[in-house]
Design a protein around this ligand. Structure first.
Ligand code: AMP
Length: 419
């Protein structure tokens, strides 16, 4: 499993204005689902994506869609949209629309979002002039179709996101009705984290000769590893790491940082504190990297401080601990990082530091792995000793507390209407 692929965004054939927006976002390398999906979608193919939130799937469809719409400019269909994205919840719909706006900010695309529980007036107005991209929950969109506020007969691209959630929320009928109002001449992208029979059936009805992209389920790795989370103020992370490394249980650790400079700084700090450490990242020469790895393998260096991309090539048995000095931007990377320990069925432990400004990243990670990671607060003095003990001895099965599924308590109001 690799967090990112060797592909660069610049080699995928996306238009310059999109690449410019990506650069501004700080995205350099596509996630696996992006690298696999973007070329097929650009080629106009239907797509079946088995992936959950946190894998980068929104950009996997938004980027090639923006490219296709921009390449072939057409007047927006009155009361309609060139691309329609169906989303199960208003929160997700809002996020998706926001992603289209960010990635398409140099393309002058009209984007609107429509969901139940909001006023009709502004939605009718947004539809009236015609849109490039419409993101909607199915119930409310169907209302607009019934009231003739919306006409999707010329829509060119349809995205169905989180199809399995749509099923759970009772949206299958409205979706079928919406599709029934569309022209058959369209590209279809279908995303679901799981494939219950009814969802497979719907995909079969919707998709023509689709490209299929599956992002490996993460649960098996996650369950095998003892995970702990340590809340700590950002300026105190360095000292905490040094203190943690005094634990003998930590025989060989990979420490993840977000940036190359961060990796250097952390390695230097550890070294000064008397803990053998080396940094590896993209700015180091091949020779330096090989020497550092060899020293790490021999046990001369206890802490290897690495960025995600540099760590890709590291395949070393006997890494007793993975320490995430900073949480990753892409939630899936969390899983790839912890997968560096407990290789070949060996025992392993993963410790992640979380500062206050990383709480959002943590929320996305826990949502992805569907676990609440047992946590300790640094401000409690006993925290550290307790954590070190727990990390060394707890069997994996005991330390993962199932998390409530992340889902609105009640479907959006529009869904409550019988279709
Ligand atoms: P998603 O699975 O679409 O919800 O995306 C998960 C998160 O990863 C979002 O916060 C995105 O902004 C971020 N993200 C997606 N693709 C990339 C990428 N290629 N590089 C860095 N961050 C990304």
């Amino acid at each position: 499993m690799t967090q990112f692929t060797d592909t660069k965004f610049t080699s995928l054939g996306l238009a310059q204005p999109i690449l410019k927006a990506l650069a501004a976002e700080g995205y350099e390398t596509p996630t696996p689902i992006q690298a696999q999906a973007i070329p097929s979608v650009l080629a106009g193919k239907d797509l079946l994506g088995i992936a959950q939130t946190g894998t980068g799937k929104t950009a996997a469809f938004a980027l090639p869609i923006l490219h296709r719409l921009a390449e072939d400019r057409r007047p927006n269909p009155r009361r309609g949209a060139r691309c329609v994205v169906l989303s199960p919840t208003r929160e997700l719909a809002t996020q998706i629309a926001e992603s289209f706006r960010r990635y398409g900010k140099h393309l002058n695309m009209s984007v609107a979002v429509i969901f139940g529980g909001a006023k009709y007036g502004p939605q009718i107005k947004a539809l009236a002039g015609g849109l490039d991209i419409l993101v909607a929950t199915p119930g409310r969109l169907l209302d607009h179709i019934a009231e003739r506020n919306a006409d999707l007969s010329t829509t060119e691209i349809l995205v169905l996101d989180e199809a399995d959630q749509m099923l759970d929320l009772g949206f299958l009928q409205p979706i079928r009705k919406i599709i029934g109002r569309m022209s058959r001449q369209r590209q279809n992208l279908f995303f679901s984290a799981t494939m219950p029979t009814e969802i497979g059936k719907l995909a079969g009805e919707m998709l023509v000769d689709p490209a299929q992209v599956t992002v490996t389920p993460v649960a098996s790795t996650v369950e095998r590893i003892n995970q702990r989370l340590l809340f700590v103020e950002a300026p105190r992370k360095r000292a905490l790491l040094a203190e943690l490394m005094e634990e003998e249980n930590i025989r060989r650790a990979i420490v993840f940082t977000r940036t190359k400079r961060g990796a250097d700084r952390v390695a230097q700090y550890l070294d000064k504190a008397g803990i053998t450490a080396a940094a590896i990242h993209g700015d180091k020469s091949q020779g330096q990297r090989e020497r550092a790895l060899a020293a790490f393998k021999k046990g001369e260096v206890r802490a290897m401080v690495a960025t995600d991309i540099a760590a890709r090539g590291i395949d070393i048995d006997g890494v007793s601990h993975v320490i995430q000095y900073e949480l990753p931007q892409v939630p899936e990377a969390y899983v790839h990082r912890i997968g560096r320990t407990a290789r070949a069925g060996a025992e392993g432990a993963a410790i992640a530091f979380c500062a206050d400004d990383e709480r959002n990243l943590l929320r996305d990670i826990q949502r992805l792995i569907k676990l609440t990671i047992p946590s300790f607060d640094r401000r409690n003095d006993k925290g550290l000793a307790l954590m070190a003990a727990a990390t060394a001895s707890l069997p994996a099965a005991e330390q993962a507390l199932p998390q409530k599924k992340d889902r609105p308590a009640r479907p959006p109001r529009a869904a409550a209407r019988s279709p």
